[in-house]
Write a protein that binds this ligand. Structure first.
Ligand code: HEM
Ligand code: HEM
Length: 425
């Protein structure tokens, strides 16, 4: 008689077996890929591997939900007389925790992906919309949880598989056979599991015995900190700005001001990423008077290493030589050359932007609202807003394999929000 779809009191049916072995294959691949992909060199291939890891992980979540639904609609094979009380308790506990991890692993992966502002695409077919906003702490906590659960999963699976093999080889009972554990399925899966296990313990062992490696991220952060320090010391008094003393100077309210950017992937690639963020450290010298546009002058310096996209890993990549090369070109500098009043609160500025050592002309409109203080007509507060687009490739931001917009778009949308007060008010 052929195997029924549903379970019986003696046997797992076709559906439960199908779920079990497909999930096992996916899990072992995910473990191997998960423990390897972080070491891949930056580039489109890494994006693809991460994209497939996430997609397969989400597939596991979907399968786990269907599998649990099916399980609750079914009878379960009863414990065999050869199963001792301890074994029954142990196997039940391990199965429950494995089910929890089958849900917890993908959920934690999704949460830290979303909280870092990364996309979670399902095989490039569609992006799973994020229900949460970018959140640095959440990103870090759930990334750590994903890793801890991964080690827990490997440990529990070792126990689970050892139990199954013990029943088959030592007790010589039907436990493995009733789940359809044929050597043609089990042997390749065992090899995959051993591969995943070796990868899982490699890093802790290296840390225990080897020299502690300074990861590239730490090096990036260190060199960034040094250059950032230099920038702040040299800050705005470098004498670069011409003398505009006759024009009213403004003091930027750094709490209320922001330089934001966003990039959409422009290519056809399945796993292109939208990126958005801010620059945390920047400053400027604003000498601006609407009635003396000819003498007005603005100089903004952005500490490019202070890029903040909500994920430290991504920020470290952005500071790397292929992108901003923050160790060599620590600042982006905007300097105005001329202003034009184009109506009401609308102005236009022409100037230059120096980025990654390359200076190019820029030209953009902005809105400026100047409010006066309560007891006089002296201007007290200025609200400046501007949106502009840049092509990062014009500045060489994104070298080598990043020199196209397939994975990270070439077009960068910038939003400037500058709130300033009169320096003498
Ligand atoms: C070579 C790898 C594997 C072998 C040999 C194996 C073997 C088995 C066997 C024989 C059973 C039936 C136990 C019983 O009748 O009491 C079982 C059940 C189970 N296995 Fe595995 N397994 C493997 C991999 C995995 C993986 C990767 C997972 C998922 C994380 C997993 C999760 C489960 C769960 C949750 C059950 C309980 C099924 C239920 O009661 O609904 N197994 N496994
Ligand atoms: C059952 C499903 C999953 C398993 C078994 C799994 C397994 C793993 C493992 C073993 C690692 C390496 C851990 C480390 O050293 O940090 C890892 C990392 C990672 N996983 Fe998963 N994962 C699963 C689902 C997901 C999902 C659904 C996502 C996102 C949507 C995801 C995103 C990631 C990312 C981005 C990393 C890299 C973390 C880093 O660079 O620190 N995973 N995963």
């Amino acid at each position: 008689m052929s195997l029924p779809f549903k379970n019986t009191l003696e046997n797992f049916g076709k559906v439960a077996r199908g779920f079990h072995w497909i999930t096992a294959l996916l899990i072992f691949v995910l473990i191997i890929v998960g423990f390897t992909m972080g070491e891949l060199g930056q580039g489109p291939f890494k994006f693809q591997v991460y994209g497939y890891h996430k997609s397969l992980g989400v597939l596991v979540l979907v399968l786990a939900a269907l599998r649990l639904g099916w399980r609750f609609m079914n009878t379960l094979p009863q414990a065999l007389p050869t199963h001792t009380q301890t074994e029954r308790f142990l196997s039940k506990t391990v199965h429950v925790v494995l089910y929890i991890l089958l849900i917890g692993m993908p959920l934690s992966g999704l949460i830290f992906t979303w909280a870092g502002g990364y996309p979670a695409s399902f095989f490039g077919l569609f992006d799973i919309p994020s229900p949460i906003a970018k959140n640095h702490t959440l990103h870090e906590v759930f990334q750590e949880l994903h890793e801890v659960m991964a080690y827990g999963l490997v440990g529990l699976l070792a126990l689970h598989i050892a139990g199954a093999l013990k029943h088959h080889w030592i007790d010589k009972d039907n436990t493995a056979r009733r789940m359809g554990a044929h050597p043609l399925i089990v042997v390749p899966l065992l090899l995959l599991f051993i591969g995943g296990g070796v990868l899982a313990i490699r890093e802790p062992i290296e840390e225990l015995f080897g020299e502690e490696e300074h990861s590239s991220e730490v090096r990036d952060v260190e060199s960034y900190n040094e250059s950032s320090q230099e920038m702040h010391e040299g800050a705005l008094n470098s004498g670069l700005a011409p003398d505009h003393e006759s024009i009213m100077p403004w003091v930027i309210d750094s709490q209320a001001s922001r330089i934001e950017f966003s990039v959409e992937p422009s290519g056809e690639s399945k796993f292109g990423q939208a990126v958005s963020g801010v620059f945390d450290h920047w400053d400027g010298q604003i000498d601006f008077d609407p009635s003396h546009l000819g003498q007005s002058h603005v100089l903004i310096r952005i500490d490019v290493g202070s890029i903040n996209t909500g994920s430290e890993d991504r920020d470290a990549q952005a500071r790397a030589p292929e992108w901003f090369d923050a160790a060599q070109f620590s600042q982006a500098v905007f300097e105005s050359e001329s202003f034009q009043h184009i109506g009401d609160d609308q102005y236009e500025v022409s100037g230059s932007l120096t980025l990654r050592g390359k200076r190019l002309p820029v030209h953009f409109p902005f809105t400026l609202k100047i409010s006066h203080d309560d007891d006089g007509d002296e201007p007290a507060r200025a609200d400046m807003d501007a949106d502009l687009s840049l092509n990062r490739l014009d500045y060489g931001v994104g070298q080598g394999q990043w020199e196209n917009g397939d994975y990270i778009g070439a077009n960068v949308e910038l939003r400037l929000t500058v709130r300033a007060t009169r320096s003498d008010s």
